[in-house]
Design a protein around this ligand. Structure first.
Ligand code: DQA
Length: 151
């Protein structure tokens, strides 16, 4: 099983940006945590980050033939463009949305998520550990789907 973990704009600044919302751990530490978790679970993982919307769309499209599922933190692109939602719908892979901070308890505009409609789960406010929860959700979903098709 191969999962793609996608991170949107400014997440490369973790450890520097707004520690009151995102903590003091760095993006590199987030990647190591994800890689360790996936290795323990026998999941192949590719982690991608971009500050550019079109690059994120390209990467989601790339997943169509190269991954079984997606975990996405679209960051600020959660709340504005429709292109990431359309890309997730286009590839139709099981996807989970993750946010480090609790987006529902912040500014009103952060309550809107376009990608949510194309996701099987949203994990919000669980810090870096939320990524592991989202990975497990997509991985369990894929295992269950395989079991059902083999029945
Ligand atoms: C975020 C929440 C978004 O509202 C924000 O724009 C981000 C990060 C989070 O992980 O909590 O950049 O997605």
């Amino acid at each position: 099983m191969k999962l793609l973990v996608i991170n949107g704009p400014n997440l490369n600044m973790l450890g520097i940006r707004e520690p009151q919302h995102y903590g003091s751990r760095t993006y590199a530490q987030l990647c190591s945590m994800i890689e360790k978790h996936c290795e323990e679970k026998g999941i192949e993982v590719e982690i991608y980050q971009s500050n550019h919307e079109g690059d994120l769309v390209d990467k989601i499209q790339w997943a169509y033939e190269n991954a079984d599922g997606i975990v996405i933190n679209p960051a600020a692109y959660t709340h504005t463009p429709v292109a990431l939602l359309d890309a997730l719908k286009a590839v139709s892979l099981p996807a989970a949305e993750v946010h480090i901070s609790d987006v529902d308890s912040r500014e009103d505009f952060r309550r809107i998520s376009y990608v949510r409609q194309a996701c099987i789960k949203t994990v919000s406010g669980h810090g870096f550990e939320g990524y592991l929860e989202a990975i497990d959700t997509v991985s369990d979903y894929l295992k269950q789907r395989t079991e059902n098709t083999n029945k």
